[in-house]
Write a protein that binds this ligand. Structure first.
Ligand code: CA
Length: 363
């Protein structure tokens, strides 16, 4: 080694050592990130919009202000259904939505929101975090320069608001009903015309008669929109959305540009937000259901078994057909189906077995 090389090497070593001692990584860690989050929800909408706000807030707090996220309601920055493209191209770094809105991008997306007669909220979290779902979701959204996260769950939804009784599947014939995603495809098979409308447009459409029926979420959210003022019957269970996952998608390049600790904060904040939203819906649905029935005279009705069975059969066919659209969707479908098969066994003796036992004494 000649003298110049030695000095150069020693100098580089000194810089490296100095970098550690003077806390250069800390300097790097102090870089501040200011992100925008676009959403498909009306600004501050109870549960969904506030769920997006909560996620943004905890990311800011957990990162000590190094990553802050400003939330935009639908139409504030981009229209609701343009959120996916806006984040994909980097107009905003984050989006908050439900994956079934993006079936036009990939049929596989729908499996990460809700599948008729599919997984409930706990099972969706199980499949995504421990059953291979996240890896598949990364693959589906990665093609659009997005990194997806499960960011919330509404729990099981309600079957919908109608102005006539639904006594058989034939009663869906000719019905123009707001129902997005795979559920919409199922009622189409039953002879209805499914419509996909963002939340903010549902009530005026139902009130004006532009649609005959609608589903939205459950007692808490449906009461917030005043849907009981435009329809008489409120049906259960929400077979079409047994545990709808709300998602947060991040521009992949922006996510990968974050230091590892901030990536971890984004990941874990989403898990925390998922549980927070689910527990909020659980609690507020309880009280909203009582108010709907006692204060607003809503007629609560259960779909009969024959209707549910027929819907189940149509759902099985629709979902199997969707799976044939492309290889990746088939892969997602197979994974989802395997998880459901196991869940049916454990679920019926686990949560469901317990719930039935409870009603023997407490009802
Ligand atoms: Ca819904």
């Amino acid at each position: 080694m000649d003298r110049r090389t030695f000095i150069k090497k020693a100098g580089a070593g000194a810089i490296a050592a100095g970098a550690v001692i003077s806390g250069a990584p800390a300097v790097h860690a102090q870089k501040k990130y200011r992100w925008k989050m676009v959403t498909t929800w009306p600004k501050n909408f109870p549960g969904l919009g506030t769920g997006a706000n909560h996620l943004a807030k905890i990311i800011g707090e957990m990162s000590g202000g190094r990553l802050t996220v400003k939330v935009y309601g639908a139409k504030e920055l981009v229209p609701a259904f343009e959120s996916f493209d806006a984040v994909s191209r980097g107009t905003a770094e984050m989006g908050h939505a439900a994956a079934y809105y993006w079936k036009g991008k990939s049929e596989a997306a729908q499996f990460f929101a809700a599948v008729p007669f599919g997984l409930n909220a706990q099972e969706m979290a199980g499949w995504i975090h421990h059953g291979g779902g996240q890896q598949l979701w990364d693959e589906v959204y990665g093609a659009f320069n997005l990194k997806p996260f499960a960011a919330g769950n509404t729990g099981v939804q309600m079957g919908g608001w109608f102005n006539k009784e639904i006594n058989s599947i034939a009663d869906y014939k000719g019905l123009k009903m707001r129902m997005p995603g795979l559920g919409g495809e199922v009622i189409k098979r039953a002879g209805a015309t499914p419509v996909s409308l963002p939340g903010g447009e549902i009530f005026p459409s139902l009130q004006s008669g532009a649609i005959d029926a609608t589903e939205w979420v459950g007692p808490y959210n449906d009461m917030a929109f005043g849907l009981y003022k435009a329809a008489k019957y409120y049906y259960w269970p929400g077979w079409h959305e047994p545990g709808t996952v709300l998602e947060c998608f991040v521009n992949k390049k922006a996510y990968e540009a974050l230091p590892e600790d901030l990536q971890s904060i984004v990941t874990e904040a989403n898990k925390a937000a998922y549980n927070d939203m689910l527990s909020e819906f659980m609690t507020k649905n309880n009280s909203a259901l009582v108010d709907l029935v006692t204060k607003h005279n809503v007629k609560l009705k259960r779909f009969n078994d024959a209707t549910l069975k027929k819907m189940g059969e149509l759902s099985r066919d629709v979902v199997a057909e969707v799976a044939e659209k492309d290889a990746l969707t088939k892969k997602v479908y197979n994974s989802f189906n395997n998880y459901r098969r196991q869940s049916v066994s454990w679920g019926s003796i686990g949560e469901e077995g317990y719930s039935l036992a409870r009603t023997l004494t407490f009802s």
